[in-house]
Design a protein around this ligand. Structure first.
Ligand code: HEC
Length: 134
């Protein structure tokens, strides 16, 4: 039953109500935003290194040399290693990453081989003073 106005109201209000309720439920069902853990420089560098470098440097048939402690030490300082890496790597697509990414990867390699402590932040202010020669 019900007059035309009543029916009109139902047809309009009911779907609207459903939309509003649906939105409210969906909102409530969404998990609280999970804050991303803040990665330190070495952790960022490791991710970048694995993505851009290991295919040549750490695989059995990689075309690049193994980046051992002795090999890294031939670059004399952290700054020299950074400069070389930025200018020459990844081989054939050199300088294709951001400067900060090269700092992060250099920090990862140096930390991995015990040249720097993990909490040292590597960058233009600190790199020159970090010698790789014993
Ligand atoms: C496509 C293969 C390839 C990729 C990818 C690559 N490299 Fe290399 N890398 C080489 C080759 C080949 C050499 C030797 C170059 C030479 O002797 O001129 C080398 C040399 C190096 C050296 C110097 C080693 C030494 O003997 O002193 C470092 C350091 C280095 N790479 C770091 C990196 C880093 C960091 C990345 C990632 C951003 C990277 N490479 C990505 C192939 C690669």
């Amino acid at each position: 039953m019900g007059g035309p106005v009543h029916r009109y109201a139902l047809r309009l209000v009911f779907p609207l109500l459903l939309i509003v309720l649906g939105a409210a439920c969906r909102h409530r069902a969404m998990p609280a935003e999970i804050p991303k853990p803040k990665l330190d420089q070495v952790a960022r560098g490791e991710i970048l290194y694995n993505a851009h470098c290991t295919n040549c440097h750490d695989l059995e048939k990689g075309i690049g040399p193994r980046l051992t402690k002795d090999v890294l030490a031939t670059h004399v300082s952290a700054l020299a290693l950074f400069n070389y890496t930025r200018r020459s790597m990844p081989y054939a697509t050199e300088s294709s990453l951001a400067a900060q990414e090269y700092w992060d990867m250099t920090a990862y390699l140096l930390s991995l081989h015990g040249f720097i402590k993990r909490d040292v932040v590597l960058g233009p202010e600190t790199a020159e003073g970090i010698s790789l020669v014993e």
